[in-house]
Design a protein around this ligand. Structure first.
Ligand SMILES: [Zn+2]
Length: 270
């Protein structure tokens, strides 16, 4: 599932082919996404010049002259830029043709992706309005997490997965960051000290930043779902149940909180 690093890598990857270009046409082959592809994508979006692609949490914002296209990659979504005509595959649901001869292709095997158009402030759109700070914002630090977590009985993992607390983290990087911070994922969020939250805030930035850097180098030679697998080669605990902990060598445990998997080392994480 694409989280902040995957979305950010895609953003950086497609930006040079897209910014400053005008949308010539949009081909929708399958409009049945998490929300149906909005009619404005074919009526309003063509003719627009794309000034920038921004990211907010796990969303991409295509800032255009008269509005913004908001795109979420869902569970398996992927965007690639091409300048050669390739026969669309079964899961290539949408193409955006650009004035420089390139086109963007949206591929989504599970179709949980989402594409909407807004002519209002996109950051106030219902999808984004309640997002918390970005992990790389100045306001995101240990004291912030500490204040927001007081009185919360939910697990710290649930807490940092909440997009209203911090934007862009999903299950993979939540597990990774908690391992780096040596905090057990099931520990109640309200019972973690300020100093441990300071460590966690730093761990979140380290884990996400590293993943962006790795993705940036790997993406050049890989495509589609293949690329997401390669992204995860360097994970410390996620998906590694029973394998040795990279820190102490003990077995990595796998459990569930609220029906979602967590991975941790009981010796290293408390
Ligand atoms: Zn360990």
């Amino acid at each position: 599932v694409p989280e902040l690093p995957e979305v950010e890598v895609i953003r950086r990857r497609i930006t040079p082919y897209v910014t400053g270009q005008t949308v010539l046409a949009v081909t929708v082959r399958n409009a049945a996404m998490r929300w149906p592809v909005a009619v404005e994508i074919t009526s309003r979006f063509p003719g627009q010049t794309i000034h920038a692609i921004e990211r907010r949490g796990k969303y991409l914002l295509f800032r255009c002259s008269e509005g913004t296209l908001i795109l979420h990659l869902g569970m398996t979504g992927f965007l690639q830029a091409f300048n050669v005509s390739l026969v669309p595959g079964k899961h290539d649901h949408l193409d955006i043709a650009l004035s420089n001869g390139w086109y963007l292709r949206f591929n989504d095997y599970r179709r949980f992706g989402l594409i909407v158009w807004t002519e209002d402030d996109p950051l106030k759109h219902q999808l984004l309005a309640r997002h918390g700070p970005e992990p790389f914002d100045e306001t995101f630090e240990g004291g912030y997490l500490y204040r927001r977590s007081r009185g919360r009985k939910a697990s710290v993992r649930q807490f940092i997965l909440d997009q209203r607390i911090v934007a862009g983290i999903g299950n993979i990087y939540a597990n990774e960051a908690l391992f780096v911070a040596r905090i057990h994922p099931a520990r109640p969020a309200g019972r973690i000290s300020l100093s441990r939250y300071e460590v966690l805030a730093k761990a979140i930035r380290t884990v996400l930043g590293k993943a962006v850097d790795q993705g940036g180098t790997l993406l050049d030679s890989r495509t589609g779902s293949e690329y997401f697998e390669h992204f995860r080669l360097d994970l410390l605990v996620y998906g590694r149940a029973g394998q040795p902990c990279p820190s102490c060598g003990g077995a990595i445990e796998h459990g569930r909180i609220s029906q979602r998997s967590y991975y941790c080392c009981r010796r290293c994480q408390r």
